[in-house]
Design a protein around this ligand. Structure first.
Ligand code: ADP
Length: 647
């Protein structure tokens, strides 16, 4: 090894210079020289060389004396003794006094360098074996301590995420804080926002602190200071620190517990008997523990909140009288409430994960879940229970990546009311027809009775208009009654393109009178639908009449027909007044009319109910797409008859 410091003690100037310049320095040693024994001892004491090479014969004393003196130093260097007239006794004495090597003069350069190298290497080995183990042991101990600390943090961290019961987690946090900091006490204080006080949630140590006793005002306490500033507080020294009345500490470290940038409490370690300081490393550990505690508190809070929500929701679902069935995307049942289990004979304890069709044998329910739902929309259908008496109104909603939810409502009594009402309306309508015809007849006769003045003529026109309106209403009501009673059993393959053409021509007078442009886009040979031609004509007529009526003059009307897989899609569009978003769900209800329609257009509010009734009769679907002020499109999907297109 080079660069080691060698002290050469030699009284002969020539020998000293030769050994320094020609032997030791070229070999890389850093050479110090002394001309005598006492100078050599002084240099060895002050400069602590790694090796001393001394001649035995020196001007002031001999090499053995130098050896003896060097062995008294605090740091004893290895010594090589060079002797001119060696004897065995001298060699023994030199070695007894601690000489590392003994070289009889004349010493060759090679001998000296070999000896120096050997001695130094033995010396370093000895140094390493004597001193380094202590340092290693200490480093090892510190390392073990750190590993232990980290392990403690990992253990606490694991529990923080795995446990939702808060108290044991926080107890463990406190114990870990005390253990890692070697403090006497640990406290975990949480902020009570209503009282503005910190109360004790968990504590360790000899003190038997109880939460009742231990409440600290945020405005006037050291822990409160941490809440207010959001910064840790670390104090140690000679002064006693007042924590609360009759409760003092000599040193403390308070770390804030922070959730979403809000301080919710304080984790503290304190010493009452010693004023031990908390170093940066241990404080870092406590900070990590404080973060764990904050996460655990937040977890527990969220868990309690979600549990509460879940159980409320559970109670609502369980106690509701309306049957609810939920299935996953694969068609297996996720949930049935007791009402659904009762009505559809589903075993209440054994339905989860079972395919719906294996447990529910009611065809209407299976159809409800089977038929496609447009995403973001729900589908409504009626389910007649097996007793043939009760009727449920079922609403099915599809939730992406989750499944389908059906909520059902018993509407038996509403249906019955509706039936009674329809019967009443039908019989009243019939009864009204004859008197109305009579009124019209007499009013027309008035014209022939003699000249009428202008006012009389105006009155007669109003009577005729009103009677015609009532007659239209009665006709619609009777039509609807028939459709709802499902009287139309006569179905046949019907070609919608022919029906549409017929309607367009039939209403030509109306749409031309309003100067509308009408575009009909019809395939020549569409497949037929299986239906009642009269009703289908009524359907197309009503939609076309509405488009003409609700489109101001010079508008555009489009009517198209397309075959899509096994369906026929009819679309009637216009650039009319449009339907406000909030009215759209109700326009197929009987008598429902938008405000603008009521104000500016005559009508009964029954046309679309008749259309919807006919669509339902034909197992089809109808919906509207409309923007107020821009126009509307009514889309009807009817199942094809499964026959080939007309050649
Ligand atoms: P009526 O036309 O006799 O009022 P309908 O049942 O045919 O009754 O229509 C119900 C309501 O739906 C209408 O009053 C009107 O508000 C709205 N509506 C129907 N068709 C259209 C349309 N093409 N454009 C704008 N609004 C329409």
């Amino acid at each position: 090894m080079t660069g080691e410091r060698v002290l050469l003690v030699e009284s002969s100037n020539d020998a000293r210079r030769f050994l320094m310049q020609n032997v030791l320095e070229p070999a890389g040693y850093d050479v110090l020289c002394a001309a005598g024994g006492s100078e050599g001892i002084t240099l060895a004491r002050d400069l602590e060389p790694d090796l001393v090479i001394t001649a035995h014969q020196l001007d002031d004393q001999d090499g053995l004396a130098v050896l003896a003196a060097l062995s008294e130093l605090d740091v004893v260097p290895p010594v090589i003794l060079m002797v001119a007239n060696g004897s065995e006794a001298l060699a023994i004495e030199a070695l007894r006094l601690g000489a590392a090597d003994y070289l009889p003069k004349p010493v060759s350069a090679e001998e000296l360098l070999n000896s120096a190298q050997r001695v130094l290497s033995q010396y370093w080995t000895q140094q390493i074996t004597q001193h380094v183990p202590d340092q290693l042991f200490e480093a090892n101990r510190q390392l073990e301590q750190r590993v232990y600390n980290l392990d403690t943090l990992v253990q606490v961290g694991k529990r923080v995420t795995s446990l939702l019961d808060l108290q044991p987690v926080l107890d463990q946090v406190i114990r870990a804080a005390v253990e890692l900091t070697h403090a006497e006490h640990g406290t975990l204080l949480l902020l009570d926002k209503t009282s503005g006080e910190l109360f004790l949630y968990a504590a360790t140590g000899e003190d038997d602190l109880t939460p009742e006793q231990f409440r600290l005002p945020v405005s006037d306490s050291l822990a409160g200071q941490v809440v207010q500033t959001g910064q840790p507080l670390v104090i140690s020294g000679d002064e006693l620190l007042k924590i609360k009345t009759h409760y003092f500490a000599r040193s403390l470290a308070y770390i804030p517990l922070v959730i979403h940038e809000q301080v919710i409490g304080v984790l503290g370690v304190t010493n009452q008997h010693t004023s031990q300081e908390f170093d940066a490393y241990t404080l870092q550990l406590v900070r990590v523990l404080a973060d764990f505690a904050a996460v655990a508190i937040e977890n527990a809070r969220l868990y309690t909140a979600s549990e509460h929500e879940r159980s409320t929701f559970d109670t609502i679902l369980r106690d509701t009288e309306e049957p609810i069935i939920v299935i996953d995307t694969a068609g297996a049942i996720l949930f049935c409430n007791p009402a659904a289990c009762r009505i559809f004979d589903i075993p209440i304890d054994n339905y989860q994960g079972i395919p719906l069709a294996d447990v529910v044998h009611h065809q209407d329910v299976l159809d409800l879940f089977e038929n496609p739902v447009r995403s973001g929309h729900s589908r409504v259908s009626e389910i007649v229970l097996n007793d043939g008496r009760r009727i449920l109104n079922a609403q099915l909603t599809e939730v992406d990546d989750f499944g389908k939810i059906a909520v059902m409502q018993d509407i038996t009594h509403l249906k019955e009311l509706d039936r009674v009402k329809s019967e009443f309306v039908t019989s009243v309508s019939h009864d009204l027809r004859s008197p109305l015809t009579a009124i019209l007849g007499y009013v027309e006769m008035l014209n022939r009775m003699g000249p009428l003045n202008d006012q009389q003529r105006k009155f007669i026109e109003r009577i005729i208009f009103s009677v015609q309106s009532i007659t239209a209403l009665i006709t619609d009501l009777l039509e609807l009654g028939k459709i709802e009673a499902d009287f139309d059993q006569n179905v046949e393959p019907t070609y919608l393109n022919l029906i549409v053409r017929y309607a367009v021509e039939g209403l030509r007078h109306e749409w031309e009178a309003k100067h509308h442009q009408l575009d009909a886009n019809l395939p020549d040979n569409p497949p037929p639908v299986l239906g009642n031609p009269l009703r289908l004509r009524q359907l197309v007529n009503n939609l076309l009449e509405n488009a003409i009526k609700y489109t101001p003059e010079n508008g555009w009307i489009g009517i198209s027909l397309e075959a899509e897989s096994e369906f026929l899609v009819l679309r009637v569009s216009d650039t009319g007044i449009g339907i406000p978003q909030q009215d759209q769900p109700y326009i197929f209800d009987k008598f429902y009319r938008s405000d603008e329609a009521i104000d500016q257009y005559t009508g009964t509010g029954l046309g679309l109910s008749i259309v919807k009734g006919i669509v339902d009769q034909h197992k089809g679907r109808i919906w509207v797409e409309s923007h107020e002020g821009e126009g509307s499109s009514f889309i009807v999907m009817l199942p094809g008859a499964g026959l080939k297109p007309k050649p």
